[in-house]
Write a protein that binds this ligand. Structure first.
Ligand code: HC1
Ligand code: SF4
Length: 556
């Protein structure tokens, strides 16, 4: 479609959702504070105003492009309007930027800088200063600009609706249901509200200090790195696209005092192997199908809260994080001749809900500290060590080897794909076909007796809710369902760097795919360190020994 932007003929995408998105694609980023491409359009901040010939000054997020339209994006009037909006917001904003978790990554701060705002003309207005640190997600209403991004992310993308607007006018606030702390709400700790919040109104608990405390305690500190961390941490470190980031991180962590660094992908192979055998047993006995994956703690809490009748469908295999923590504490400690109490396990995760998972009563003590990708980047930055100059090193053995399958857990479809890989031989799979429609990936596999087994992979809890409802009403049939709470899977986790949007998530998926491609082992079955573990300790999948180490239970 041809339009005219600031006097220039411009060809834009015919299918653009609105003028704001169309112009972004041709290199004009219209300032905005309340627009998310993934949710409905709110149109409240009015920062995205543009002048349209014959139509006056209108918000570009609500404006559909049409052939021949003439737009001006940066007139003196628009500049004044935007500056005024920013000053009004800043008048009632808590401006403790230097100590704010979002310092340097706040959209409001960026616009204040871009517009050269040094003084605010309006009188300072003190908003009610509600601060909720009861949960992993910390809410500071003195920094909230009422853009509603968090409310829409939680309600529309995740279908959790743990937070909403309350009160009117100057008193308006975003609060959890019944105005109780988030810890007492239905929040599943996915962190998507934090990922989309443009300011420091929502942040997650920063636990980096705990690491330094542990290192001083004299304990043996052992690290583990999740698949999705390695495809995103470089965004914070100016090393975009670095394919050997995991190896550099291993070396870096050793330099600052870690005694071993293991790969969560090793445990992902193990979990896939165990979960595949659990699935085989369920389909052979017709027991509680579909089997639901259970490595995403946000999804597990979602099932426990909203679909308790499906708790028995969750695979009882622990997540790779918890499985690896248990291996270290129960088996590796013995091999080293150490008391598990003297080992401190630190897990680096893309996810805020992983902190919650490690603190669940039935899993507590397996992993001592969970730090997100963002916290890891802070540790690197504080050290002053430039990772570009740190040589990659392999993960430590025995829990350092992984297959392509284990590594692909970090993006959506990875768990399901790994389970199918493991079952190729035992079920004599002859055909595999995959199709994707409306965000739901369906894989059909033909097994030895000619039966077709159906697997579904879905991301986002809103989509997962749709899938469960369709399973309940018989509209779809599935034997195994993989759910990851965040868009694109763990690579879109709430602990990943800002901005944490679709474009960044797609780029992380690409990096992870390429990293996966470099792995020489394809299937978890080929992971000989995993096979050794079975020979020495676990005997076989679903054995009593393996149940003690690798399986868990859920809250009814
Ligand atoms: Fe994930 Fe998983 S893939 S849940 O997304 O099963 O967080 O990366 O580490 O445990 O392996 C997250 C990622 C992660 C676990 C694995
Ligand atoms: Fe909603 Fe997830 Fe934020 Fe909790 S963490 S309030 S579930 S978006």
């Amino acid at each position: 479609m041809k339009i005219y932007v600031n006097g220039k003929e411009t060809i834009i995408n015919d299918n653009a959702r609105n003028v704001l998105e169309a112009l972004k694609e041709v290199g004009i980023e219209i300032p905005n504070l309340c627009y998310l491409s993934e949710t409905s359009i709110y149109g409240a901040c009015r920062m995205c105003l543009v002048e349209v010939e014959g139509n006056g000054t209108v918000t570009s997020c609500t404006l559909k492009p049409y052939e021949g339209m003439k737009i001006k994006t940066h007139t003196p009037d628009i500049y004044e309007l935007r500056r005024g909006i920013l000053e009004l917001l800043l008048a009632s904003h808590n401006r403790d930027c230097t100590t704010c978790e979002r310092n340097g990554q706040c959209k409001l701060q960026k616009y204040a800088e871009d517009f050269g705002i040094r003084n605010v003309r309006f009188e300072k207005l003190d908003k009610s200063n509600i601060f909720d640190s009861s949960s992993l997600i910390i809410r500071d209403n003195s920094k909230c600009i009422l853009c509603g991004d968090c409310v829409r992310a939680c309600e529309e993308i995740q279908s959790v609706a743990a937070i909403d607007f309350a009160y009117r006018g100057f008193e308006a606030q975003v609060v959890p249901a019944f105005e109780d702390g988030l810890a007492n709400s239905e929040c599943v700790y996915c962190g998507q509200c934090v990922a989309y919040c443009p300011t420091g109104a929502l942040t997650f608990r920063n636990d980096t200090k705990e690491l330094y405390k542990a290192m001083k305690s004299g304990k043996t500190v052992i690290g583990m790195i999740a698949p999705a961390v390695r495809s995103a941490v470089q965004e914070e470190l100016g090393l975009e696209g670095d394919m050997v980031m995991a190896g550099r991180l291993v070396n870096f962590l050793k330099m600052i005092g870690f005694s071993k660094v293991f790969d969560v992908s090793f445990a992902a192979d193990l979990v896939a192997y165990e979960e595949a055998h659990e699935f085989k047993e369920r389909i052979e006995n017709g027991y509680k199908l579909p089997q639901f994956t259970s490595c995403c703690p946000g999804w597990v809490k979602f099932v426990e809260q909203f679909y308790p009748e499906f708790i028995g469908n969750l695979s009882s295999v622990k997540s790779p994080q918890q499985a690896l923590g248990t291996l270290v504490k129960k088996i590796y400690a013995r091999e080293l001749g150490l008391d598990p109490q003297d080992i401190y396990v630190v897990s680096f995760m893309p996810c805020t809900a992983k902190k919650y998972e490690s603190e669940r009563p039935e899993l507590a003590g397996e992993v001592d500290l969970v730090l997100t990708t963002k916290e890891l980047a802070q540790i690197v930055k504080a050290s002053g060590i430039n990772l570009k100059h740190v040589q990659p090193e392999p993960f430590d053995r025995p829990y350092g080897l992984s297959s392509q399958s284990g590594l692909s857990f970090g993006k959506t479809g990875g768990v399901l794909g790994s389970v199918i890989k493991v079952l190729e031989e035992p079920l004599n799979i002859s055909e595999i076909s995959t199709e994707e429609a409306e965000g739901i990936r369906t894989t059909k596999i033909k097994v030895k007796d000619g039966r077709i087994v159906t697997g579904i992979a879905v991301f986002g809890l809103g989509k997962a809710r749709e899938v469960i409802e369709k399973i309940k009403s018989g509209k779809i049939k599935a034997d195994i369902v993989e759910v990851m709470a965040c868009d694109y899977g763990c690579i879109g986790g709430g602990g990943q760097p800002y901005p944490n949007n679709s474009a960044k998530r797609q780029e992380r998926a690409r990096i992870l795919r390429e990293t996966v491609g470099m792995d020489v082992l394809v299937s978890p079955v080929e992971n000989y360190h995993m096979q050794e573990l079975y020979k020495k300790y676990l005997i076989k999948p679903l054995s009593e020994e393996s149940h003690k180490i690798l399986h868990t239970s859920f809250k009814h």
